[in-house]
Design a protein around this ligand. Structure first.
Ligand SMILES: [Zn+2]
Length: 484
């Protein structure tokens, strides 16, 4: 008696040598355009015709290579909803429909080879708890909504959106096959995007490029990515852009057209490098923008109209690569927002950049150099105070040496009390030099600033000018630091 094996999934007769029917058996060895594919589709049609439902539910089916014209022909014309449950797409699949299906839902499916959705119109395509082991591409679709939840994307594989019109994408909980590694890439290329929401996801790259434009909103919340890359992207009028609680290694924004109502960076940390070029930051709000550990490059970035509420700059932000014009803009924005401390930091940076500018005239360069050395352009009052004391000490010792006051020390040959006497004497006279116009300095022993005849006149005048400059620096620095 011949034994008939039943499919372990559905109970139908097994196909060939398999332990499953033609729908549920493995197609790993099936080739593209395999003759068995027709048999597979006939069985699928039969399944649908028997169900007589507008919903086509396909469970645990392993799909062979699919292409446009084999898939969903007229026999499926009454289908308006397709549900794939735990299905496996083991061959390359190009998925486009003869008729429009408003809702397509994949749950716990595995996409082993590249998969393509094209020419969909007004459909919602959802993937939930799916494993994407290759790439999924949405190309040339119109008014589609793509919802991807709790799915994983394997290393360097791509979820690509290309030339779609009126596209809405919602990605939530996109993680990786290997936990803790950022591997997958999401790319938008030449799309007309209505909105993008990316939440609680871990990615290698999120890229919006090639004249993609956004009409409603871009929202990234709780995103961790190695690279956030926006290139040749337009934010259209009345759109909004929000990055919140995001953590990225590299942030590259290049040639961004900004007509948004606002762009907000709330709690965004850039770890390694930030390169922005040709980006207009008006209506951009920076709240908790952490740049403390990354290198910075701003090229033709406009900061006028930006709200620099709280940016944590790298302590080494003087190494920032940018133009003097950009630094001046950042400084003036901080001035406008009454953040004088950071305004002063950028003023100092601006002055430093001007000093090393090869086109600066030589005399101005000298003045700039002296200002830099004395007080870092009024940023430090400790340094000029120290210089003032040091100058007074040098002047006193010089003065006393020329008057022969140190001969006592040399003569006494190490007499301790005499040494103390000399030190006290230096300190006492030093105080006269600290304030150059003091009564004591002018009316000392000889009634002159330098009581030695050789140093009278010219040197006294030089010392007065020098110490006045230093005191002016102290006053400016104290005033700058304490202004309201
Ligand atoms: Zn079966």
């Amino acid at each position: 008696m011949r034994i008939i094996y039943k499919c372990s999934v559905c109970g139908d007769a097994c196909f060939g040598q398999n332990r499953q029917c033609i729908l549920h058996c493995s197609k790993e060895k099936w080739k593209r355009n395999d003759s068995r594919t027709n048999q597979f589709f006939n069985k699928l049609k039969q399944l649908y015709v028997n169900s007589k439902s507008s919903t086509l539910t396909l469970e645990k089916i392993k799909f062979p290579f699919l292409n446009d014209f084999l898939w969903l022909d007229d026999s499926f014309q009454y289908v308006n909803r397709i549900i794939f449950l735990e299905c496996c797409f083991s061959g390359y699949s190009s998925f486009s429909l003869h008729k429009n299906v408003p809702e397509i839902f994949f749950s716990k499916c595995s996409f082993e080879k590249s998969f393509k959705f094209s020419r969909f119109n007004n459909s919602t395509i959802s993937l939930s708890y799916c494993i994407i082991l290759n790439s999924i591409t949405f190309i040339d679709n119109d008014a589609i909504k793509v919802k991807i939840k709790h799915s994983s994307l394997k290393e360097n594989n791509c979820l690509a959106f290309i030339k779609n019109n009126d596209l809405t994408v919602n990605v939530y909980g996109m993680n990786n096959v290997v936990p803790g590694r950022t591997e997958g890439i999401i790319v938008f290329n030449s799309d007309k995007i209505e909105s993008i929401d990316v939440g609680s996801s871990q990615l290698k790259v999120l890229k919006i490029a090639s004249e993609s434009c956004l009409s409603r909103h871009l929202k990234c919340k709780d995103l961790s990515a190695e690279c956030l890359n926006l290139l040749e992207t337009s934010f259209l009028e009345d759109s909004t852009v929000l990055f919140e609680e995001c953590f990225v290694d590299e942030c590259f924004f290049n040639r961004i057209v900004n007509k948004t109502r606002f762009i907000q960076f709330n709690a965004l940390t850039v770890k390694s490098q930030l390169k922005w070029s040709k980006f207009d930051l008006r209506n951009t709000y920076f709240n908790d923008f952490d740049l403390s550990e990354c290198s910075l490059l701003f090229d033709k970035v406009n900061f006028i109209g930006a709200h620099l509420n709280s940016i944590e700059w790298n302590e080494n932000f003087s190494k920032m690569k940018t133009s003097i014009a950009t630094i001046t803009q950042i400084k003036s924005m901080y001035d406008e927002q009454k953040n004088f401390h950071l305004a002063d930091c950028f003023y100092s940076l601006e002055m430093n950049q001007r000093r090393i500018d090869p086109n600066l005239e030589f005399p101005k360069k000298i003045v700039s150099y002296v200002n830099w050395k004395i007080s870092n352009y009024g940023m430090s009052y400790i340094r000029p105070i120290f210089i003032l004391f040091y100058s007074a000490f040098i002047a006193t010792v010089l003065d006393m040496t020329l008057q022969g006051n140190f001969e006592l020390v040399i003569d006494s040959n190490g007499n301790f009390f005499k040494v103390i006497d000399i030190i006290l004497n230096i300190l006492n006279r030093c105080s006269d030099f600290i304030i150059p116009f003091s009564y004591e300095a002018f009316s000392g022993d000889n009634g002159k600033l330098f009581r030695c005849d050789q140093l009278d006149g010219f040197f006294s005048l030089l010392y007065i000018i020098w110490s006045s400059i230093i005191i002016w620096h102290i006053i400016v620095a104290v005033k700058r630091i304490n202004r309201r």
